[in-house]
Design a protein around this ligand. Structure first.
Ligand SMILES: [Zn+2]
Length: 140
């Protein structure tokens, strides 16, 4: 069999194998990352029993990836995303502030804590909160 033929046949087989299975989702990636960190810690501190946690994590990740119970796996993943939303959004906001540091400044409304974005370099400006209408001035 030619290599190309073999490759496309293998791809079809892989596709067939994963059809109807959960595949890799965010929760699985998270489990794998935690397992990896646990192994590294175990390696540094010579705690061989942590290896067991690593294998448990990998086994769980494989199980979730190959699972055919899509409803249950998706519900688990949704719950995970919901629980970690505040953490991920905190990082997303920090990244955005960093990316826009040369063009915009970010302020918090003193009354409702809404995050507000204004263009940089306009001097002292009066900012009106888009959420509660509070007005305050800041140097942009
Ligand atoms: Zn406000």
């Amino acid at each position: 069999m030619k290599w190309q033929q073999f490759k496309s046949k293998a791809l079809i087989e892989i596709h067939k194998f994963f059809y109807g299975r959960n595949g890799v989702d965010q929760l699985t990636v998270f489990i794998l990352l935690v397992s990896l960190i646990v192994t590294l810690i175990g390696g540094i501190f010579r705690l061989s029993w942590l290896q067991l946690l690593y294998f448990a994590g990998v086994a769980l990740a494989v199980y979730r990836t190959l699972s055919r119970n899509l409803v249950k796996r998706r519900a688990e993943n949704q719950l995970f995303l919901q629980k970690t939303r505040s953490i991920t959004s905190w990082f997303r906001v920090r990244r955005r502030i960093f990316q826009e540091r040369k063009t915009h400044r970010h302020f918090k409304c003193p009354s409702c804590k809404q995050r507000l974005r204004v263009p940089r370099g306009k001097g002292n400006i009066k900012i009106t909160c888009s959420k509660c209408g509070e007005q305050f001035s800041r140097k942009s």
